[in-house]
Design a protein around this ligand. Structure first.
Ligand code: FE2
Length: 183
């Protein structure tokens, strides 16, 4: 007289309605985090620019500062698309990376190619952090069905990649050799 084994399970193991708000919250939190990071860079990039000697490097950092202001505006656009007010949440990673950059400036001599190499190293760490963040967030936006948000994030992602490549070029063609000639 047993017949319960063939009946459908009484409960569902997946509850997508609960998962999605948590993922959206994580996404929004990460946007707040990178918003803090970009605003922080607007404050710290001028120091890096001032400390650099090579004109190419100084110009590249100056141009990236202007781009970074654009990244802040794009994130404000993202907040608007999400129906949220722009809000920054302290990004410990970016604070650490920029502190490292400041440390390199303190530990190297002004006017040397060695300091420029250090500035490039620190700047590329920042760029790679941003590339990882924007790349991941753009994918997450797509997962959440936020195509318009993903598009905005990809625009910034591409600019971060270009900035990184530009720094690689400056290091390879203009600065690393010079610094190897310094005592
Ligand atoms: Fe940026």
């Amino acid at each position: 007289m047993k017949n319960e084994s063939t009946s459908a399970p009484k409960f569902s193991t997946k509850e997508p309605a609960k998962v999605e708000p948590a993922l959206k919250e994580l996404f929004l939190d990460s946007i707040k985090d990178i918003y803090w990071a970009e605003n922080h860079l607007v404050k710290t990039l001028p120091k890096m620019q001032k400390a650099s000697t090579s004109e190419k490097l100084s110009t590249a950092i100056g141009n990236h500062l202007e781009q970074t202001k654009g990244h802040v505006s794009r994130l404000e656009q993202v907040f608007e698309l999400l129906g949220e007010k722009p809000q920054a949440k302290k990004c410990d990673a970016m604070e650490g990376l920029t502190k490292e950059g400041e440390g390199i400036i303190e530990d190297t001599e002004a006017g040397t190619a060695t300091r420029d190499v250090g500035i490039i190293l620190a700047s590329q760490k920042v760029e790679h952090y941003e590339i990882a963040t924007y790349g991941g967030l753009a994918k997450l936006a797509k997962t959440l069905g936020l195509e318009d948000v993903a598009e905005v994030l990809v625009q910034t992602l591409n600019e971060e990649k270009e900035a990184d490549e530009l720094l690689t070029g400056i290091a390879e063609n203009d600065i690393n050799y010079q610094s190897s000639q310094e005592a």
